[in-house]
Design a protein around this ligand. Structure first.
Ligand SMILES: [Zn+2]
Length: 432
């Protein structure tokens, strides 16, 4: 009897996936039907009513000259620069920022409106008609959910990039699974599925990939789900959890630099030739890396020291909880101050040679209950699990995402098609 349930369940899943697909189609078709007659609207103006000049601020441009070139008289320019300093400081227009000048359509071609784009989203309007008005507004920002899936042939980035997906998505995916999957050992036929949002300004201008909302990775035949969820609303900390609410993150990163060579291990019996083979215990773990390499906090915590002292040189010490603290020595410079809260992976300084050191490296010191221990031999704890009080809500939240992930179909491997092409090509050329 139980056998049949399995079959039945499989059928239901397939059916619901199909439904979801056709529903999407319907929405798309409906959208086409209700498309409104086009008004060439931007910045809150009907652009068809003006001659529109779009440009970017160039080196040497000034607001006054731009205005005078567009037939705005000097007293008006002066009035704007004096009366609207708070909302629009004319001296602060930046080289490379886009602007628009809306000119009257008559022969005078006088500027009616000047629009300065402060950043990709915010812009300032200087309405020069009659009594001058200055105000700020925002472009429309739209998020469009995107699903990406792939089967790894050679590399993860290739599998993602060949689908025209932002490079940052690869980076984000690697971060989500940084503790659970060794990305230097991916296998052919490892598979992934990703759900994330793409950001668009004014419906059409692509403005980047948002963090991953949900993902699935099958590595070596072992599936791992990941769902973004806010574990601590006070600090707005988002972590990734699997379908059983286990945190995918470990408390500590393996090392404080992304690429570094382990140059000296924790060793209480170290003897150094230079010191006549006297016992010189090394209580840190050294990672050699070029000067300027970013040093990361290996876990969330509060900076308790950021200073310079003796042989340690410039260093940072972070208290993670009642048990663990970590310390990072010989920095070129620190990036954090005492009292700051840092997240795991945040850059806290850069590799240098301050203090007693023969070459550029970071000496990583790992404190447990007030004693320095070897982090490479410690069994490191799992990151904070999801609070029990959040679990019910979490399971409800992820159920739709999980269903959506399960319904994503892997792309057909392109190589098969290529081979076919090759085959026909060879046949065609075979007559020579
Ligand atoms: Zn050291």
């Amino acid at each position: 009897m139980q056998k049949y349930w399995g079959v039945l369940l499989a059928l239901t899943v397939i059916a619901s996936c199909k439904d979801a697909g056709s529903e999407k189609k319907d929405i798309a078709q409906n959208l086409k039907v209700i498309e409104a007659p086009e008004v060439n609207e931007r910045f809150g103006f009907n652009l068809d009513e003006f001659n529109v000049k779009l440009d970017t601020v160039r080196y040497g441009d000034s607001f006054g000259e731009l205005m005078q070139d567009n037939k705005v008289d000097y007293p008006k320019v002066l009035a704007i620069s004096e009366n609207f300093k708070d909302s629009f400081d004319v001296r602060k227009i930046r080289v490379g920022r886009p602007y628009a000048i809306l000119q009257s359509k008559d022969t005078t071609a006088q500027a009616q409106v000047f629009i300065y784009e402060n950043d990709p989203i915010n812009y300032t309007v200087i309405d020069l008609r009659d009594s001058v008005k200055v105000y700020r507004d925002k472009n429309k920002v739209k998020f469009v959910q995107r699903e990406v899936s792939g089967v790894i042939e050679s590399s993860l980035s290739e599998a993602i990039l060949e689908q025209g997906v932002d490079y940052n998505v690869t980076h984000n995916l690697a971060n989500v699974y940084a503790w659970t999957i060794d990305f230097s050992r991916l296998q052919k036929n490892d598979k992934f599925k990703i759900i994330y949002n793409e950001k668009f300004i004014n419906d059409t201008v692509y403005a980047g990939a948002e963090p991953i909302e949900a993902a699935f990775f099958e590595h070596n035949g072992k599936p791992i789900y990941a769902f973004a969820y806010e574990n601590d609303s006070l600090k707005s900390l988002v972590d990734y959890f699997d379908e059983n609410a286990n945190n995918l993150r470990r408390t500590f990163l393996r090392m404080p630099v992304e690429y570094g060579r382990l140059s000296s291990r924790y060793n209480l019996k170290r003897r150094i030739k230079y010191y006549g083979y006297k016992l010189r215990p090394h209580k840190g773990t050294d990672y050699a890396a070029p000067i300027g390499t970013p040093i990361m906090a290996t876990a969330d915590g509060t900076v308790v020291e950021s200073t310079r002292r003796g042989g340690n040189g410039k260093y940072v010490k972070i208290r993670h909880n009642g048990t663990y603290s970590t310390q990072y020595l010989h920095m070129k410079a620190q990036k954090v101050k005492k009292g700051e809260f840092v997240r795991q992976g945040d850059v806290i300084g850069w590799v240098g040679m301050t203090g007693n050191t023969g070459g550029p490296h970071v000496c990583y010191r790992f404190w447990k209950n007030g004693k320095q221990v070897d982090p490479l031999k410690e069994e490191l704890p799992q990151a904070e699990p999801l609070h029990d009080s959040l679990k019910e809500e979490y399971f409800a939240y992820i159920s739709t995402y999980k269903e959506q992930l399960d319904c994503i179909i892997y792309p057909k491997v392109l190589i098969e098609e290529e081979d076919e092409d090759l085959l026909t090509l060879n046949q065609e050329n075979g007559t020579k």
